[in-house]
Design a protein around this ligand. Structure first.
Ligand code: PCA
Length: 191
């Protein structure tokens, strides 16, 4: 099948919470410059509420990608999990890398309650499983910085003309970075 080659901006996060590496960036870094004919651009983001989305939008304004896929680590998970939903909420016990902590409040008081990705997440999960990789669809990205980024990404989707998605990945002890990179590449080939 002929697929249309697109430009994909893919992001990973810096370490946080006392860790020295973030598996999301380790995996993104391992991706080749091109996957399935698509042009891959990479960006490492700070684990800071608000600022992560601002950085991402600045790069998206510059590159004008067709697709933006943001990745982060989810400590307790055993699978690579495309996230269906971004919610308008900040709530986490852990402070971000700038020391900010939120007990439960909207990201954008006037904004939509939630956004759902329109990328083919079911196909992605199937493709990863067929490649022998652990995968499932997730219905919540939480309410820490990953969800914050996802919300900012999706809130700008129409204006920017890209399609967005967030993918949570496991710890390196659960899935080595090379395997996670292979899983992300499976997702990119579904575009
Ligand atoms: N994971 C965190 C933020 C950065 C990251 O990699 C999260 O799941 O919110």
């Amino acid at each position: 099948m002929e697929v249309m080659a697109v430009t994909i901006l893919i992001t990973g996060f810096e370490p946080f919470g006392g860790d020295t590496v973030n598996p999301s960036w380790e995996a993104v870094e391992l991706l080749p410059e091109g996957v399935g004919g698509h042009d891959i651009r990479k960006l490492r983001l700070p684990v800071v509420f608000g600022r992560c989305g601002e950085r991402l939008m600045a790069e998206a304004e510059r590159l004008r990608p067709d697709v933006v896929i943001a990745c982060g680590v989810a400590g307790g998970r055993a699978e690579v999990t495309p996230e269906l939903v971004a919610v308008n909420w900040r709530m986490a016990a852990l402070a971000d890398n700038a020391g900010a902590r939120y007990d439960g409040q909207p990201i954008a008081p006037e904004g939509a309650d939630a956004f759902m990705t329109r990328l083919p997440v079911n196909d992605m999960v199937r493709a990863m499983r067929e490649a022998g990789l652990p995968a499932r669809l997730s219905l919540s990205a939480g309410a820490y910085v990953c969800n914050d980024l996802y919300y900012a990404l999706m809130a700008a989707q129409e204006r920017m003309g890209y399609r967005g998605l967030f993918i949570h990945v496991p710890l390196l002890s659960v899935l080595p970075a090379g395997e996670t990179a292979r899983a992300i590449a499976c997702c990119l080939r579904c575009l």
